[in-house]
Design a protein around this ligand. Structure first.
Ligand SMILES: NC(=O)c1ccc[n+]([C@@H]2O[C@H](COP(=O)([O-])OP(=O)(O)OC[C@H]3O[C@@H](n4cnc5c(N)ncnc54)[C@H](OP(=O)(O)O)[C@@H]3O)[C@@H](O)[C@H]2O)c1
Length: 316
């Protein structure tokens, strides 16, 4: 049985101005799918890249790579989910009130993890976890995080602490107290970054691993300068000491390794959130119908923590 849902769609690649709010039919879930009534949808820079056509993909299309909500219907072959279950999922086309999703992309939401926290784990937090595990961040490390106050960065600070590392994070001065509140030592990006790191007390100048969430020539140069010979492990089987989530020809030529996907990252970050060790600040909330405005805020490049969309029901 199909039903009608609200969706934010685009009929051509472009910027936030091409987004349109519409009603569309949504199908019943197939045998391996569940249908989820989304309540909160995370907004990510990846939405802007998809909208611009950087990932290819189909047009018309629907943005959104993550959401949390309530299971509304379950496919015939699906086990482990029932209507009414509170869930979080990753996939594509989340900017809908109702999404049909592969069941293996859905997880139960632990009751201790609020719905808007769960909604922002699959992209930012799972990316942070994957990058840190790939770089084998652990006990005794001093991690330099380029771009520590955004969505991935805020998660990475907390994941690094859970793994036993100390964190030096770059942000504009307006976000330095925020980073201190997360337990990281802030330094300003821009001219003087390398000297500022080298002047840090308590062994924090001895950066042992770098995760780059910005990917500019400046961050690449600072990584090369601060890691020096340690950037390239002597044994190629050793984990990389510099990983980026925004790889480029420049970063690869410098020996900084692109993040690869790590299986199970959503389960790992859900467990950290359930333990109270991972929480992301939600700095802006918009109704689903204002997705274009939310995207403009993300495009500004200075979001602290996360921006989300809310699907508001008549009762709210
Ligand atoms: N490869 C993957 O799988 C993957 C997955 C997720 C994200 N990404 C990419 O990773 C990047 C970060 O994602 P995100 O979700 O964390 O973005 P975001 O939340 O939009 O990042 C905003 C943050 O970036 C900081 N920032 C801006 N310019 C900076 C600079 N020059 N140096 C240091 N910090 C700077 C801002 O801090 P101030 O306001 O203090 O300036 C702000 O807190 C994006 O390019 C995204 O596309 C890749």
């Amino acid at each position: 049985m199909s039903t009608t849902t609200t969706v934010v769609r685009f009929d051509a690649f472009g910027g936030p101005e091409v987004l349109r709010v519409a009603d569309e039919d949504v199908a019943a879930p197939g045998p391996d799918q569940v249908r989820v009534a989304n309540r909160v949808i995370g907004v990510n820079p990846a939405d802007l890249k998809r909208l611009a056509g950087a990932f290819g993909g189909r047009v018309p299309g629907v943005l959104g790579f993550e959401a949390a909500g309530v299971v509304d219907a379950v496919g015939a072959d699906v086990e482990g989910f029932a209507p009414g279950d509170e869930v979080v999922w990753h996939g594509t086309g989340a900017q809908r009130a109702l999404s049909v999703v592969r069941a293996d992309h859905v997880r139960q939401r632990p009751s201790s993890v609020p719905v808007e926290q769960a909604a922002v784990l699959p992209v930012a937090a799972a990316t942070a976890f994957s990058a840190l595990v790939q770089a084998d961040v652990g006990e005794g490390d001093v991690l330099l995080l380029h771009g520590a106050s955004g969505g991935v960065g805020s998660a990475a600070v907390q994941v690094a602490h859970a793994l036993g590392a100390r964190v030096v994070g770059t942000a504009s001065p307006a976000n330095h107290d925020y980073l201190r509140g997360l337990g990281a030592t802030p330094v300003a990006y821009g001219p003087g970054l390398v000297d500022a790191v080298r002047a840090l007390p308590d062994g924090l100048a001895e950066v042992s691993v770098v995760v780059d969430l910005v990917g500019t020539p400046e961050t690449v140069a600072a990584t090369v300068e601060l890691l020096g010979e340690d950037l390239a492990p002597a044994d190629p089987d050793e984990p990389p000491r510099a990983v980026t989530v925004v790889g480029s020809d420049l970063s690869r030529a410098a020996g900084i390794v692109d993040k690869v996907d790590a299986r199970g990252a959503l389960d790992e970050v859900l467990a950290l959130a359930e333990d109270g060790r991972l929480r992301l600040e939600i700095s802006r909330r918009f109704p689903l119908a204002e997705a274009a405005e939310a995207l403009r805020v993300v495009a500004g490049g200075h979001v602290r923590g996360k921006v989300v969309l809310e699907v508001r029901t008549g009762a709210e």
